[in-house]
Design a protein around this ligand. Structure first.
Ligand code: HEM
Length: 145
């Protein structure tokens, strides 16, 4: 069975839709799942003591699906209000390339769907066996049909 992206039509019709669409992709499928920090001073996280020097592995992908922050987090919804995923990290080490990465996706995806109006998946995507930088190994699509 062919599965077409449900939002391709909206991307073609509404140029302003691309930023919201890209932001929800970043929340839903963050390419970088994990970052790390070292506690600079004694602190506390969700009630647990974190002494200075503690090394922390922070799962950005889990934060992006936190039901306390994102209503119905398992649903792909570009219209969710106040969608600010942690896909580019936060604080002093926030991704330097975030504006470029966002812009590339906001330009490329509408152009892709405009160029190939019948673009559709022919098989479920296969993910690489990696979780820090997560991504696709294969994703078969048909451009006509
Ligand atoms: C969708 C694409 C990208 C994603 C998901 C991504 C994600 C991330 C994440 C999660 C971090 C760590 C932030 C933290 O720990 O708080 C990071 C750091 C960084 N990213 Fe990206 N990134 C992307 C594209 C890019 C691009 C295109 C560039 C360069 C042109 C770039 C340059 C950097 C640099 C230099 C840092 C280190 C910043 C620092 O340590 O101060 N990234 N990125």
């Amino acid at each position: 069975a062919l599965e077409r992206t449900a939002f391709a039509g909206r991307l073609r019709a509404e140029p302003d839709f691309a930023p919201r669409y890209v932001e929800e992709i970043l929340r839903f499928e963050p390419p970088v799942h994990v970052t790390s920090r070292r506690a600079a001073s004694d602190t506390e996280l969700l009630g647990a003591p974190v002494p200075a020097g503690t090394r922390l592995t922070l799962i950005l992908a889990a934060a992006n699906r936190d039901p306390r922050r994102f209503a119905d987090p398992g649903r792909f919804d570009p219209d969710r209000p106040d969608n600010r995923p942690l896909s580019f990290g936060a604080g002093g080490h926030f991704c330097l390339g975030a504006p470029l990465a966002r812009l590339e996706a906001q330009i490329a995806l509408p152009r892709l769907f405009a160029r190939f109006p019948r673009l559709a998946a022919t098989e479920p995507p296969v993910y690489r066996d990696r979780w820090v930088v997560r991504g696709l190994d294969t994703f078969a699509v048909a451009v006509a049909g």
